[in-house]
Write a protein that binds this ligand. Structure first.
Ligand code: FAD
Length: 222
């Protein structure tokens, strides 16, 4: 398979960094082709503006989706956006590696989605969800939390992790047509002993070796 790993964490020595490197090394090791978007290393700018585009539809009023539709028709995306879109178009599977921040994606990764998931190119009026542009591709969230696993059960003080991930798994990935695999979640790596963290890295590597055999999950459509 062709696999894109998108990753953001401000510290390369973080546990997220270790998960990212584990994924890349494991997937290459079993013969997959891997491309990466290491957003921190790339200094990816998450702020949308006219710099998303090389072409202009309306110079007087910036309406992002109108400009995105125009850029789709005129090949008018800036190089940094075009490069990222082409990586998604290239891949069979996409992995996002990130720490859960405020029950969601950290801002740089969210900004990557805001800028790269462009109307016209990534979705349009006819192509969303089951008819999405990227149907047939798979996606996997790999994340860490600060809170412990019991806090993310239905009766836990944070509530069900599936509900927390729904805006990402349903609102972004399935919206664009991806089939979503079960998320890889390492709860509270900070609170673990070194050996437990290493075991999680090993477990992730073992899972990734057989990732092409997995079936998508139900992320809760309604
Ligand atoms: P790190 O602290 O980088 O790593 C943990 C430990 O792993 C460190 O000791 C590190 O040295 C060690 N390590 C690194 N590499 C390896 C290796 N190869 N082998 C073994 N050990 C290794 N948490 C929530 O639950 N919900 C939230 O909504 C939430 N919001 C947040 C918002 C903000 C703005 C911030 C800053 C944090 C938030 N958190 C939240 C906490 C956050 O999710 C966790 O701190 C984060 O997920 C932990 O992952 P990390 O990679 O940063 O861990």
């Amino acid at each position: 398979m062709r696999i894109l790993v998108v990753y953001w964490h401000p510290e390369p020595q973080s546990f997220n960094g270790a998960m990212f490197r584990t994924a890349c090394e494991t997937l290459v090791g079993v013969g997959h082709e891997v491309k990466t978007s290491n957003l921190h290393e790339m200094h990816f700018d998450p702020v949308s503006s006219r710099k998303n585009f090389t072409m202009i539809k309306d110079p007087n009023y910036l309406k992002q989706q109108i400009e995105e539709m125009h850029a789709t028709e005129t090949n008018g995306f800036s190089a940094e956006i075009e490069t990222e879109v082409q990586k998604i178009e290239w891949c069979d599977m996409m992995i996002w590696q990130f720490p859960l921040w405020w029950f969601g994606l950290p801002a740089v990764l969210k900004g990557w989605v805001d800028r790269v998931f462009a109307m016209g190119r990534i979705y349009n009026f006819e192509h969303i969800y089951e008819t999405g542009v990227f149907r047939g591709k798979r996606a996997l969230l790999s994340l860490t939390t600060g809170g412990p696993e019991e806090a993310y059960r239905k009766e836990g003080f944070n509530g069900d992790i599936t509900a927390i991930l729904r805006p990402i798994q349903r609102g972004m990935l399935q919206f664009a047509g991806f089939d979503v695999l079960a998320p890889q979640i390492v709860y509270a790596p900070v609170r673990m002993m070194e050996e437990q963290r290493k075991q999680h890295l090993t477990d992730y590597a073992v899972r990734l070796q057989r990732i092409s055999d997995e079936s998508p999950i139900d992320v809760g459509a309604h």
